[in-house]
Design a protein around this ligand. Structure first.
Ligand code: HEM
Length: 486
């Protein structure tokens, strides 16, 4: 029998699916316009050292206490564009009680991500998510990061990917086929549930539905806590739910690890248990638990957002949906293997264009390890920095008609993504570039392939999705589509 707590949890969940967050509530246009037009005193972040010839970074605190955090969450891309227009590629803003430097555009982002003189560390991420994702790969730095990445690499070889695709294909087919046709689902939520269910299978080979639900809930709470505005454990708040979620995940992975080490398997958890470098370096049990919790987070929301964005653009551009469907149907009825997925060229172009228009990770956090400079601007040691792909993905120097959905721009001979090394960077760049980019691309393609062969979907012609940036970008209304059997 469902307990009262379980019932309340379910109601809260279904409310969350229907009701937009406070930052994405519809407001009268004039209120939004006034909010966006508000201006604040421009100040220097710090005075450059005398005689250095460097310029100060300019910016503003925004409204008291929250700074620009709410505006950033509500206006997403528009907020980034307006900051760039006002201040250029290097600026600072108040947010989360701190001053945060933004680096935008190909040249500025390249300096931080290539990180030639090790002036930028992952300590920036720690500010947001360390309590929940302690010692995940992305939170490690320099020598230690290099060693862990080398070990983890052996869980992402082609041979391993073949195994993951073999596991996710049937699970995705069963999941998509279970969606009822002739309905108007909120597609984002359906995709989120499906990718989470598939993750418990592919990541841990977890078969028990009860365990999977428990883990999924703990995991969702852990992720949501990262961008809580109230960043200490108020009972009933996001932060304490996140801490509880983290403890449950630690316990679960810790308890199941010895059996996983013994039994092995095709899943990611088993791969991490046996991952070894040529020099024989391996993970400790604690490393494996930390990496598993981080990997679930790194993989889940990003693939959900990518598939939601693709589904949205395919609904808005039915000619592309038909073109992708024709390729999928030509593959026949077998669940596709890795080669078959790689042959889906139209889906590949649509995925790249969707990742350009709606990068799932809109800012990569860093912290300066020493005084440094970017494009002649002085940034002191200990500064929080956000490295953003947003401007790179829309700059007219790299992209023709950048606001237009035009997947062909990624095809030969145009290859606009090659116009600059950092023109297209949804997976980041440098030492921390996404280790799961092939895994993620394959999962998203396998999912879209199943949708294309089972359904046709559409949105009204005048519909435009509004994206909420409270944590990573998600469609504020859950993306209602008309879904019909093909
Ligand atoms: C379309 C899907 C995905 C996108 C857009 C994406 C994006 C990113 C980005 C931007 C970073 C760099 C963060 C930084 O430099 O601070 C990153 C790192 C990372 N991603 Fe992904 N990701 C995706 C899927 C995945 C998947 C499926 C996995 C695992 C199965 C994964 C695991 C990781 C890990 C472990 C890191 C940290 C790498 C390091 O620090 O060395 N990602 N991802």
């Amino acid at each position: 029998m469902t307990s009262a707590v379980g019932k309340v949890g379910k109601v809260a969940e279904s409310l969350r699916e229907r009701v937009p967050t406070l930052t994405s509530m519809p407001l009268p246009r004039t209120v939004d316009q006034r909010w966006q037009a508000a201006s604040y005193p421009v100040r220097e972040l710090a005075a450059p050292p005398a005689g250095s010839g460097l310029k100060p970074v300019l910016g503003d605190d925004g409204p008291p206490v929250v700074g620009h955090a709410l505006e950033m969450m509500r206006f997403g891309l528009d907020f980034s564009f307006s900051r760039y227009e006002k201040y250029g590629p290097v600026s600072w803003m108040g947010g989360f009680g701190r001053r945060i430097v933004s680096l935008s555009g190909p040249e500025a982002t390249q300096i931080a991500l290539v990180n030639k003189d090790k002036a930028f560390s992952q300590e920036g991420w720690k500010f947001f998510i360390e309590k929940f994702f302690d010692r995940g790969l992305m939170l490690l730095d320099f020598g230690e990061h290099h060693l862990h990445r080398r070990i983890m690499q052996s869980a992402f070889t082609r041979e391993r990917l073949v195994g993951y695709v073999g596991q996710m294909g049937p699970a995705l087919r069963a999941g998509v086929e279970a969606w009822p046709g002739s309905t108007r689902p909120r597609l984002y939520w359906a995709l989120k549930q499906l990718t989470l269910d598939v993750a418990t299978r592919v990541f841990m080979d977890m078969r028990s539905l009860d365990d999977a639900m428990r883990i999924n809930r703990a995991f969702v709470n852990t992720v949501r806590a990262g961008t809580a505005l109230v960043r200490y454990p108020v009972p009933g708040g996001r932060w304490s739910a996140g801490l509880r979620g983290r403890r449950l995940l630690e316990r679960y992975f810790g308890e199941t690890l010895p059996e996983k080490r013994r039994a092995g398997g095709d899943d990611l958890f088993a791969a991490l248990c046996t991952a070894t470098t040529e020099d024989g370096d391996r993970f400790t049990d604690a490393d494996i638990v930390n990496h598993m919790i981080f990997l679930m987070m790194a993989a889940h929301d990003t693939t959900t957002i990518t598939s939601s964005a693709m589904a949205y653009y395919l609904a808005k551009h039915p000619e592309w949906q038909e073109r992708a469907r024709a390729e999928s149907l030509a593959l026949g009825d077998d669940v596709p293997d890795i080669e078959a997925l790689e042959s889906l060229e139209t889906l590949d172009l649509v995925m790249k264009e969707s990742l350009r228009l709606r990068a799932p990770v809109p800012s990569m956090a860093r912290k300066t390890t020493k005084d440094t400079e970017v494009l002649g601007h002085f940034i002191p040691e200990g500064t929080l920095v956000g490295v953003s792909p947003t401007l790179n993905h829309f700059t007219p120097e790299c992209w023709t008609d950048p606001m237009r959905f035009d997947p062909e721009r990624f095809a030969e001979p145009r290859r606009e993504d090659k116009s600059h090394r950092f023109a297209w960077m949804p997976f980041g760049g440098g030492a921390h570039k996404c280790i799961g980019l092939h895994f993620g691309s394959l999962e998203v393609k396998a999912l879209m392939h199943e949708m294309l062969r089972t359904f046709r979907w559409s949105v009204p012609q005048d519909y435009t999705a509004r994206w909420d940036y409270v944590s990573l970008p998600v469609p504020a209304d859950g993306l209602p589509v008309r879904l019909e059997y093909r």
